[in-house]
Design a protein. Sequence first.
Length: 160
Amino acid sequence: MDCKEIRDIIITDYADNRAGAKAGEVELHLSGCAKCRSFKEALMSGVVGPLRNTAQVKPPEALWYKVRAGVERLQDAENIFDFGNIMSSFLPRWANIAAIVSLMVVTSFAGSFFAHNYWEKQSTQSASVVAEESDSLALGELNDIPNEQTEKVYSNIIGG
Protein backbone atom coordinates (compact mmCIF):
# COMPACT_ATOMS: atom_id res chain seq x y z
CA MET A 1 0.00 0.00 0.00
CA ASP A 2 1.12 3.55 -0.61
CA CYS A 3 1.13 6.40 1.91
CA LYS A 4 -2.23 7.78 0.84
CA GLU A 5 -3.99 4.44 1.41
CA ILE A 6 -2.25 4.00 4.78
CA ARG A 7 -3.30 7.50 5.90
CA ASP A 8 -6.88 6.81 4.83
CA ILE A 9 -6.90 3.62 6.92
CA ILE A 10 -5.34 5.47 9.87
CA ILE A 11 -8.07 8.12 9.74
CA THR A 12 -11.02 5.81 9.20
CA ASP A 13 -10.26 2.55 11.00
CA TYR A 14 -6.87 2.40 12.70
CA ALA A 15 -7.46 5.31 15.08
CA ASP A 16 -10.59 3.55 16.40
CA ASN A 17 -8.88 0.13 16.65
CA ARG A 18 -11.13 -1.21 13.88
CA ALA A 19 -8.54 -1.86 11.16
CA GLY A 20 -8.80 -5.63 11.56
CA ALA A 21 -6.56 -7.46 9.06
CA LYS A 22 -5.23 -4.17 7.73
CA ALA A 23 -3.70 -3.28 11.10
CA GLY A 24 -0.66 -5.48 10.40
CA GLU A 25 -0.08 -3.80 7.04
CA VAL A 26 -0.40 -0.37 8.67
CA GLU A 27 2.09 -1.30 11.40
CA LEU A 28 4.52 -2.67 8.81
CA HIS A 29 4.26 0.52 6.76
CA LEU A 30 4.61 2.74 9.84
CA SER A 31 7.81 0.96 10.86
CA GLY A 32 9.47 2.05 7.62
CA CYS A 33 7.80 5.42 6.86
CA ALA A 34 8.60 8.38 9.10
CA LYS A 35 6.03 10.69 7.44
CA CYS A 36 3.12 8.32 8.01
CA ARG A 37 4.34 7.60 11.56
CA SER A 38 4.37 11.34 12.39
CA PHE A 39 0.94 11.70 10.72
CA LYS A 40 -0.45 8.93 12.96
CA GLU A 41 1.10 10.47 16.10
CA ALA A 42 -0.27 13.93 15.25
CA LEU A 43 -3.74 12.49 14.61
CA MET A 44 -3.74 10.46 17.81
CA SER A 45 -2.48 13.30 20.02
CA GLY A 46 -4.36 16.18 18.39
CA VAL A 47 -7.71 14.66 17.40
CA VAL A 48 -8.32 11.19 18.74
CA GLY A 49 -6.71 11.62 22.17
CA PRO A 50 -8.84 14.55 23.36
CA LEU A 51 -12.00 12.86 22.10
CA ARG A 52 -11.29 9.63 23.97
CA ASN A 53 -11.55 11.45 27.28
CA THR A 54 -15.02 12.83 26.56
CA ALA A 55 -18.10 11.20 27.97
CA GLN A 56 -20.18 9.04 25.68
CA VAL A 57 -23.52 10.68 25.01
CA LYS A 58 -26.40 8.67 23.69
CA PRO A 59 -28.61 10.74 21.39
CA PRO A 60 -32.30 10.88 22.17
CA GLU A 61 -34.52 8.33 20.45
CA ALA A 62 -36.49 11.11 18.69
CA LEU A 63 -33.30 12.17 16.90
CA TRP A 64 -32.92 8.71 15.37
CA TYR A 65 -36.52 8.84 14.12
CA LYS A 66 -35.81 12.20 12.45
CA VAL A 67 -32.62 10.89 10.86
CA ARG A 68 -34.41 7.77 9.60
CA ALA A 69 -37.27 9.86 8.19
CA GLY A 70 -34.79 12.16 6.43
CA VAL A 71 -32.98 9.22 4.86
CA GLU A 72 -36.27 7.70 3.69
CA ARG A 73 -37.30 11.04 2.13
CA LEU A 74 -34.01 11.19 0.26
CA GLN A 75 -34.45 7.63 -0.98
CA ASP A 76 -37.99 8.41 -2.12
CA ALA A 77 -36.77 11.55 -3.91
CA GLU A 78 -34.12 9.52 -5.73
CA ASN A 79 -36.69 6.91 -6.76
CA ILE A 80 -38.97 9.57 -8.27
CA PHE A 81 -36.48 10.21 -11.06
CA ASP A 82 -35.64 6.55 -11.64
CA PHE A 83 -37.23 5.88 -15.07
CA GLY A 84 -36.75 2.11 -14.77
CA ASN A 85 -38.55 2.06 -11.45
CA ILE A 86 -41.44 4.11 -12.84
CA MET A 87 -41.79 1.93 -15.94
CA SER A 88 -41.61 -1.33 -14.00
CA SER A 89 -44.36 -0.17 -11.67
CA PHE A 90 -46.73 0.61 -14.57
CA LEU A 91 -45.92 -1.94 -17.23
CA PRO A 92 -44.69 -5.52 -17.34
CA ARG A 93 -41.22 -6.17 -18.74
CA TRP A 94 -42.37 -7.27 -22.21
CA ALA A 95 -44.35 -4.04 -22.60
CA ASN A 96 -41.24 -1.98 -21.84
CA ILE A 97 -39.32 -3.85 -24.52
CA ALA A 98 -42.16 -3.44 -27.03
CA ALA A 99 -42.34 0.29 -26.29
CA ILE A 100 -38.60 0.73 -26.79
CA VAL A 101 -38.61 -1.25 -30.05
CA SER A 102 -41.58 0.72 -31.41
CA LEU A 103 -39.87 4.00 -30.53
CA MET A 104 -36.77 2.86 -32.40
CA VAL A 105 -38.82 1.87 -35.47
CA VAL A 106 -40.74 5.16 -35.52
CA THR A 107 -37.52 7.12 -35.09
CA SER A 108 -35.79 5.29 -37.94
CA PHE A 109 -38.75 5.77 -40.31
CA ALA A 110 -39.02 9.44 -39.41
CA GLY A 111 -35.28 9.86 -39.89
CA SER A 112 -35.31 8.15 -43.29
CA PHE A 113 -38.36 10.22 -44.37
CA PHE A 114 -36.73 13.51 -43.44
CA ALA A 115 -33.38 12.44 -44.89
CA HIS A 116 -35.04 11.43 -48.17
CA ASN A 117 -36.86 14.78 -48.44
CA TYR A 118 -33.67 16.65 -47.57
CA TRP A 119 -31.54 14.84 -50.15
CA GLU A 120 -34.27 15.12 -52.78
CA LYS A 121 -34.36 18.87 -52.26
CA GLN A 122 -30.57 19.06 -52.34
CA SER A 123 -30.31 17.01 -55.53
CA THR A 124 -32.96 19.18 -57.26
CA GLN A 125 -31.09 22.33 -56.31
CA SER A 126 -27.76 20.79 -57.33
CA ALA A 127 -29.14 19.68 -60.69
CA SER A 128 -30.43 23.17 -61.47
CA VAL A 129 -27.10 24.72 -60.47
CA VAL A 130 -25.20 22.20 -62.59
CA ALA A 131 -27.50 22.86 -65.55
CA GLU A 132 -27.01 26.61 -65.26
CA GLU A 133 -23.26 26.22 -64.96
CA SER A 134 -23.07 23.83 -67.91
CA ASP A 135 -25.21 26.14 -70.06
CA SER A 136 -23.05 29.16 -69.30
CA LEU A 137 -19.89 27.10 -69.72
CA ALA A 138 -21.03 25.63 -73.05
CA LEU A 139 -22.05 29.02 -74.43
CA GLY A 140 -18.81 30.55 -73.23
CA GLU A 141 -16.81 27.84 -74.92
CA LEU A 142 -18.76 28.29 -78.16
CA ASN A 143 -17.31 31.75 -78.55
CA ASP A 144 -13.83 30.20 -78.69
CA ILE A 145 -14.75 27.55 -81.31
CA PRO A 146 -14.31 28.46 -85.02
CA ASN A 147 -17.56 29.06 -86.95
CA GLU A 148 -17.64 25.79 -88.94
CA GLN A 149 -17.54 23.79 -85.70
CA THR A 150 -20.12 25.97 -83.94
CA GLU A 151 -22.98 24.46 -85.97
CA LYS A 152 -21.91 20.94 -84.97
CA VAL A 153 -21.76 21.89 -81.28
CA TYR A 154 -25.17 23.60 -81.41
CA SER A 155 -26.70 20.61 -83.09
CA ASN A 156 -25.20 18.29 -80.43
CA ILE A 157 -26.49 20.48 -77.58
CA ILE A 158 -29.92 20.99 -79.08
CA GLY A 159 -30.09 17.38 -80.18
CA GLY A 160 -30.59 18.02 -83.85
